[in-house]
Design a protein around this ligand. Structure first.
Ligand code: C2E
Ligand code: MG
Ligand code: MG
Ligand code: MG
Length: 291
């Protein structure tokens, strides 16, 4: 079977490098399978967006949502974005998926607003490839125009590695900012933390990576880094959002240390649109207004 074959290949590989392959064959075939299924997933409407609430830590009041993609394939079941987004990036399929995410998040946010829902921003995760696409800004503006969502209700999340070593980063971000769209650096603290570049970047929000939050009360080094990110953010005039808050004590610690916005399972997991509407019923006006 596959495990035995893998073991034998490894044993042989110890003495003979001609058998070396960077990935075991079972992983390679899983990859090919996912790649194939990904190619038709959009057309077959296998994606949905879930929305994870971001809350003010002092009141638990809603401040926005992060849109998170879910892929449900009839044969493979639910596949994590951690697994398929990298494949989508390598194969270029991310371009179409990214555009779909953008459209769907804007459409949904506008629909909620038209139903009289409290107006809050939706943030979308934008991959490196998508951001570096020369058409990216134009695409975003086009989608905003089509969906009639005001740019102030759209945020984009980029990782440090996306902004790093890309010559057009600053001018692109300036353009985005000029149109009133907000930009967050996601998973902050885990990538190329080029502090010297940070003050050059016209961004609005730093999201502290959940690996720091997880150990914030048990590991003084992680706590020190989290506190440093918070101070840095305030000094550079960014908003700070903590990711992955699971314990009330973590929320309290962050709030006491001047990080006032968070998201995490403590408050809500990512919710499907129906659950958002159900959970936040009280935030819909009784009389819907249209504009
Ligand atoms: P991310 O942008 O950092 O998103 C946060 C991830 O943390 C989400 O995982 C979310 O479900 C999870 N999370 C939220 N609260 C907690 C918590 O309290 N504890 C723990 N342990 N986890 C928590 P998810 O949805 O599986 O997404 C994983 C990653 O996949 C995202 O990380 C993002 O990098 C990527 N991703 C998701 N949706 C998209 C998308 O539409 N486009 C692109 N390009 N990437 C996406
Ligand atoms: Mg994110
Ligand atoms: Mg993150
Ligand atoms: Mg992440």
């Amino acid at each position: 079977n596959a495990d035995t074959a893998m073991y034998m290949a490894k044993e042989r590989g110890k003495n003979n490098f001609q058998f070396y392959s960077s990935e075991p064959s079972s992983l390679l075939s899983r990859r090919h399978l996912l790649e194939n299924k990904l190619r038709t997933a959009l057309k077959n409407k296998e994606f949905i967006l879930n929305y994870q609430p971001q809350v003010h830590l002092n009141s638990h009041e809603l401040r926005g949502f992060e849109a998170l993609i879910r892929w449900n394939n009839p044969e493979l079941g639910l596949i994590s974005p951690e697994e398929f987004i990298p494949i989508a990036e390598e194969t270029g399929i991310i371009t179409d998926i990214g555009t779909w995410v953008l459209k769907e998040a804007c459409r949904q946010n506008k629909a909620w607003q038209e139903q009289g829902f409290v107006r809050v921003p939706v943030s979308i995760n934008v991959s490196s490839q998508q951001f570096r696409d020369p058409e990216f800004v134009w695409n975003v503006l086009n989608v905003l125009k089509e969906s009639k969502l005001h740019p102030q209700y759209l945020e984009i999340e980029l990782t440090e590695s996306t902004t790093h070593h890309f010559v057009h980063t600053v001018e692109k971000l300036q353009l985005i900012k000029q149109y009133g769209i907000k930009v967050a650096i996601d998973d902050f603290g885990t990538g190329y933390s080029s502090l010297s570049a940070l003050d050059q970047l016209p961004i609005d929000i730093l999201k502290i990576d959940r690996s720091f939050i997880k150990h914030i009360l048990t590991n003084p080094n992680k706590a020190a880094i989290a506190k440093t990110i918070i101070d840095l953010g305030h000094n550079l005039d960014f908003k700070i959002i903590a990711e992955g808050i699971e314990e009330p004590s973590q929320a309290d610690f962050l709030n006491e240390h001047q990080c006032h916005i968070g998201q995490g399972f403590l408050f809500h997991p990512p919710l499907n649109p129906t659950d958002v509407a159900r959970h936040y019923q009280h935030l819909f006006n009784e009389i819907p207004f249209f504009n």
